[in-house]
Ligand binder design. Sequence first.
Ligand SMILES: CC(C)(COP(=O)(O)OP(=O)(O)OC[C@H]1O[C@@H](n2cnc3c(N)ncnc32)[C@H](O)[C@@H]1OP(=O)(O)O)[C@@H](O)C(=O)NCCC(=O)NCCS
Length: 179
Amino acid sequence: MALEIRPVRPAEHAAAGALVVAAYRALDGLPLDDGYAAELADVGRRAAQTEVLVAVDGGRLAGCVTFVADASSPWAEDLEPGEASIRMLAVDPAAQGRGVGRALLSACLARATVLGRAAVFLHSTPWMTAAHRLYRDAGFVRVPDRDWQPHPDVPLLAFRLPLAGTPGGGVAAEGSGER
Ligand SMILES: CC(C)(COP(=O)(O)OP(=O)(O)OC[C@H]1O[C@@H](n2cnc3c(N)ncnc32)[C@H](O)[C@@H]1OP(=O)(O)O)[C@@H](O)C(=O)NCCC(=O)NCCS
């Protein structure tokens, strides 16, 4: 598969947002109200405030992820100094199981490494079992003391991957997102 990972372009914001919503809706059991669906769909807002990467396969959007550079970002959720984060990782349900999610995760880990971050931290819900395998395969470990429950129906499970902190590698910058 010829897969390209790059920053999202403005013309792709709506389609990328729809893809994220579709991937979350396909999760069995995840409560997804209209407010959260609208937040997931708003790729333009995320791209203006942080980094949003897409996976493009033969000209078609296949996946999308939001990269959070550090704790000062408006998209940082419970980050400690030196940590980057990954949010709203999603692959088109029709494109899942072919390495797209793994490629998006790798691109985010490369961004964190190039920025010299000490670790990548993220939250996930209990329904995201495919994502958990992906994270564990990449070396993430559970950190239950940083679990969080923003809503009674939605427990958030914390995962953390320590990095060597050595700059190198990464995704070329493109577009208007702040770094
Ligand atoms: C999580 C997600 C992004 C994975 O994307 P993907 O492109 O299907 O993943 P990949 O093909 O790169 O697979 C990577 C690994 O994920 C795991 N995985 C993928 N699909 C899986 C499935 N249906 N069941 C269990 N594990 C699965 C496997 O460990 C796989 O490794 P393997 O190929 O060596 O077995 C995708 O399932 C998705 O969009 N899920 C809904 C949104 C979500 O849960 N996001 C996480 C936010 S924290």
